[in-house]
Ligand binder design. Structure first.
Ligand code: ADP
Length: 509
């Protein structure tokens, strides 16, 4: 083949037309050129593949054959309208339309139309892309979205999704019921509004810490924490947080279960306190306590009997010789009672304890949330004030949780009939550099008949009270090298405070 005779000469019209033809022939997109009356002039190979027509079946015919009804019938009208008014419906604008194949089937396509002028004669160039696959993908995505939305809408757990700055993105219907907020009120706001102090103030810091260090405090770990409703009341929740990444954006999804409800509360309480109650030490302690209570009955009854006998003998004018042996026996029985109590104390003090360096704040938070389970939170305002940078304490976490649990439960019970029900739980470093935890209520204060022997076993004002809680608490605290004491509040309530020595001076958190 001779280059001089067949190849167009560079720079000539023939050469540029040849190049254009090559582009049209090899384009991946379908290219259709029609004249101003809608008659097809060019139908490229990509179009043949798309529509199933050969070019010679289409060229010279009306482009409407490539459209399904009703466009098929209306297309001439569109063109006529454009010729008459110059109003463009599609030219220069990419659009999604439907194409019709030779076999009558249709497919979604993206069409962009340009107008080309050749002298006075206009023609239109249509570029066509089959978007069936994209449409399928979109439909699948919509389907997935719809499913996710249905899950989101119907899940009994509340779901709150936040962005990495803590701003609420989504708030499920269950969350609306739980917190009393509508999505309009919370979307775009900081999730901290759903938390009482001090988490309210600290949450931004937690998130920043996580962003900076990647250290997870709650993500991926279920935890019992305290939440706050729109009306300011607080309630315990079980929170699990997951992390999601969508298009390189990080969000957090929180699943929230209210654990206040009466229904099932006992069961849940049981589950949650599993760690506490099923801990072998504490259940042994519980069994031991009731066995001891039973055992104590005997010497106490004996003491009472001897005391009554002494009074009778005294009334009958008996002398020391008769009274002395009875009093000895009385002392002996009282000593036995004392031994029984000491056995309990020894058990608590010497029994295997599992001490580790812990954050008192964490222990207090968890125990408080647990203590609130089953408590009708409505009306009880809970304030938790937690000091930052407290030294860690060397404690048996379960025992100290038991102490906090007891104090909080006692406080809530004391306030049952009080008009003002406010509970404050505060951790702080006192002047002696000890870690002090206070549980302060706005109840009626200590009953005078128990105040003096509050920490003695079997001292109770409650019909079903064992009167063991505070004595066990004090024993636990003292075994940890701390002190537990109660005091009256100026407004009539009661404050229980316990101290714990710092673990290691350099081990601050
Ligand atoms: P129990 O709860 O079984 O009675 P405790 O040893 O825990 O045993 O408490 C002993 C008593 O101390 C209670 O019966 C109650 O009279 C009193 N008490 C404890 N905490 C408080 C409080 N926060 N306010 C008033 N009285 C309290």
């Amino acid at each position: 083949m001779s280059a001089t005779s067949t190849e167009p000469i560079p720079g000539t019209l023939a050469e540029s037309e040849g190049r254009l033809q090559a582009v049209i022939d090899t384009a991946v997109d379908g290219i259709v050129i029609i004249n101003r009356r809608g008659i097809v002039e060019v139908f490229n190979p990509a179009c043949e593949a798309l529509f199933g027509y050969r070019a010679d079946e289409v060229v010279g015919r009306n482009v409407a054959m490539l459209m399904p009804s009703p466009y098929r019938e209306e297309h001439d009208g569109y063109l006529g309208n454009y010729r008459a008014t110059g109003v463009r419906k599609i030219i220069g604008i990419g659009r999604e339309v439907v194409g019709r194949r030779k076999d009558g089937t249709t497919f979604p396509m993206e069409l962009s139309v340009g107008e080309a002028m050749r002298g006075d004669d206009a023609s239109f160039v249509g570029i066509i892309r089959d978007i069936t696959a994209r449409k399928h993908a979109e439909a699948a995505l919509r389907d997935r979205e719809a499913r996710l939305r249905a899950i989101f809408e119907t899940l009994s757990d509340a779901v709150v999704i936040i962005d990495e700055n803590g701003l609420i993105e989504q708030f499920s219907p269950a969350a609306q019921r739980l917190f009393g907020y509508t999505p309009e009120e919370v979307v775009g706001r900081n999730v901290a509004i759903l938390m009482p102090s001090p988490y309210h103030e600290r949450h931004d810091g937690y998130l920043a810490h996580y962003r900076a260090t990647g250290e997870k405090r709650i993500i991926g770990i279920g935890r019992v924490v305290v939440a706050r409703r729109k009306d300011g009341t607080t309630f315990p929740i079980e929170l699990s947080v997951g992390e999601m990444r969508v298009d390189d954006r990080r969000s957090f999804i929180g699943f929230i279960r209210d654990i206040t409800e009466r229904q099932g509360a006992e069961r849940r309480l049981h589950e949650l306190q599993g760690e506490l109650l099923h801990s072998s030490r504490l259940s042994t302690m519980g069994q031991m306590a009731s066995a001891l209570a039973h055992e104590l009955n005997q010497p106490l009854t004996a003491v009472i009997n001897y005391a009554q006998a002494s009074r009778r003998l005294l009334g009958a004018g008996a002398g020391e010789d008769k009274l002395s042996p009875i009093i000895d026996k009385m002392v002996g029985q009282a000593n036995r009672a004392g031994q029984i109590i000491r056995r309990l104390r020894d058990f608590l003090e010497k029994g295997e304890t599992d001490r580790r360096l812990e954050s008192i704040n964490k222990v207090v938070e968890e125990a408080t949330a647990l203590a609130l389970v089953g408590v009708k939170a409505t009306g009880v305002k809970i304030r938790i004030e937690i000091a930052a940078d407290l030294p860690r304490v060397m404690i048996d976490k379960i025992q100290i949780q038991q102490v906090v649990l007891n104090l909080v439960r006692n406080a809530v019970e004391a306030m049952e009939h009080a008009e003002r029900r406010e509970l404050a739980i505060i951790t702080a470093l006192n002047d002696d550099r000890e870690i002090e935890t206070a549980v302060i209520d706005s109840g009626p204060g200590l009953a005078p008949e128990v105040a003096a022997q509050l920490f003695q076993p079997f001292v109770s004002t409650k019909a079903k009270g064992m009167g063991l809680g505070l004595s066990i608490c004090r024993t636990i605290i003292e075994a940890h090298g701390g002190r537990l004491a109660a005091g009256a509040q100026p407004d009539g309530g009661t404050a229980f405070r316990f101290t714990l020595p710092p673990g290691q001076a350099d081990d601050d958190v």
